[in-house]
Ligand binder design. Structure first.
Ligand code: ATP
Ligand code: MG
Length: 139
């Protein structure tokens, strides 16, 4: 059965959205199999977003994730098609393009403060789960 990495970002934590995210995934029928609060090091954030290294917003993204104003709530969710379904529940990267009813479409307006992360493929889910939680056996 499939697993994905979902993280409530510092702005989402600061704004009290953790319970809403958990509620949506639980209501859908997914199972929470890992959860922790962590202020990620710059190195962890840079590895997590390694694909975006060349983007002009990369440094700002790393600063924002790692500055410690609020932790990231890192989660692993399990269930049928959870990677793709989780992305659909989260909504488009830019909240101004996220459909109403999605998490970003309900709770955000800024691409730089879009509240939540979800793995975008099987490969990134595997990479991100081991990056944030260690090997699967340590969950
Ligand atoms: P995430 O990986 O966080 O789930 P995503 O997969 O929807 O988001 P990515 O292209 O992977 O989108 O971008 C990662 C994050 O980088 C975005 O969620 C957003 O916080 C930030 N980001 C993306 N584009 C921009 C931008 N144009 N300006 C500022 N920040 C951006
Ligand atoms: Mg992404």
């Amino acid at each position: 059965t499939e697993r994905t990495f979902i993280a409530v970002k510092p702005d989402g934590v600061h704004r009290g959205l953790v319970h809403k995210v958990i509620e949506r995934f639980e209501n859908r029928g997914y199972k929470l199999v890992g959860l922790k609060a962590v202020v990620p090091s710059r190195q962890l954030t840079e590895e997590h977003y390694a694909d975006l290294k060349s983007k002009p917003f990369f440094k700002g993204l790393v600063d924002y994730m790692s500055n410690g104003e609020a932790p990231v709530i890192a989660m692993v969710w399990e269930g049928p098609d959870v990677i793709k379904q989780g992305r659909a529940m989260i909504g488009a990267t830019n909240p101004l393009q996220s459909a109403p009813g999605t998490i970003r479409g309900e709770y955000c307006v800024s691409v730089g403060r879009n509240a939540i992360h979800g793995s975008d493929s099987f490969e990134s889910a595997e990479k991100e789960i081991s990056l944030w939680f260690g090997k699967a056996g340590e969950l």
